[in-house]
Design a protein around this ligand. Structure first.
Ligand SMILES: [Zn+2]
Length: 248
């Protein structure tokens, strides 16, 4: 589904567009002209990744042009399909330096899969397939996707190792915020070991300083204009020493 000249949504489940596996996050495809990048390929149950590839073809794009697989953070609804995507596509696998060792091992506890299964979020027999990582990002590093230059920002709080990306397209500016901030200034706190309210506030203040039109979250409503307003709402709550409204 084409959103803008540079951004397609090619997967997403019941908290998205319902076009791939029910538990999948928004799966974004970025078009930089000479090459494509896939961002967070979803949970990857059964043939769900085939559905994502079918969606890409239905949008008139060739998955063989995907050169980068960008992983924002290690939660399973975002990276469960990463190993399959890395095996089937000709891609460089890119994530944060913090997330890389966790994604390479598929550590159930580190990614909170153990407690998420107990809570009934995922099938009891689901395991996270380990995935290679080719490039480890730290704050300020740039990932190029054709004509697009994505600057990485370390934005922990929802989880350790979480990255957001800022980039300018020919049409507008973007914050790929994943699970940092959602429509209406909501955030996503969970009772997991690496969800940290103080880090969350610092991360929101950090991206509030950036200028952007579109906010591309990991779930729910996508804003193609006025995206910064949602981040500002969350930041205002934190400035009042409060906690922004939570998705859960
Ligand atoms: Zn998450």
């Amino acid at each position: 589904m084409k959103l803008t000249p540079h951004v397609y949504v090619v997967g997403g489940g019941r908290f998205g567009f319902g076009i791939s596996g029910a538990l999948d996050c928004h799966v974004y495809l970025l078009d930089g002209g000479s090459e494509l990048a896939l961002v967070d390929p979803g949970l990857g149950l059964g043939r769900d990744f085939d559905t994502i590839l079918d969606n890409i073809r239905a949008d008139g794009l060739d998955p063989r042009r995907i050169r980068k697989l960008i992983l924002t953070h290690y939660h399973c609804d975002h990276v469960g399909a990463a190993a399959e995507a890395a095996a089937r596509l000709d891609v460089e696998v890119i994530t944060s330096a913090f997330s890389a060792p966790v994604i390479r091992t598929g550590d159930e506890h580190a990614v909170s899969l153990d407690v998420a299964k107990q809570a009934g979020f995922y099938p009891a027999d689901f395991t996270l397939p380990p995935c290679r990582v080719d490039r480890e990002l730290v704050e300020g590093e740039v990932v190029t996707v054709g004509d697009l230059a994505l600057t990485a920002y370390e934005t922990p709080g929802h989880s350790d190792g979480h990255l957001s990306f800022h980039f300018a397209g020919s049409d507008r500016t973007y914050l790929l915020g994943a699970d940092l901030v959602f429509w209406g200034g909501k955030i996503l706190l969970q009772t997991i070991h690496d969800c940290r309210i103080d880090a969350y506030a610092t991360s929101v203040f950090k991206v509030e300083k950036l200028a952007f039109d579109a906010l591309l979250p990991g779930h729910l409503q996508i804003s193609l204009s006025g995206g910064h307003d949602h981040v500002k709402q969350a930041a205002n709550s934190f400035r009042q020493l409060g906690v922004p409204p939570n998705l859960l």
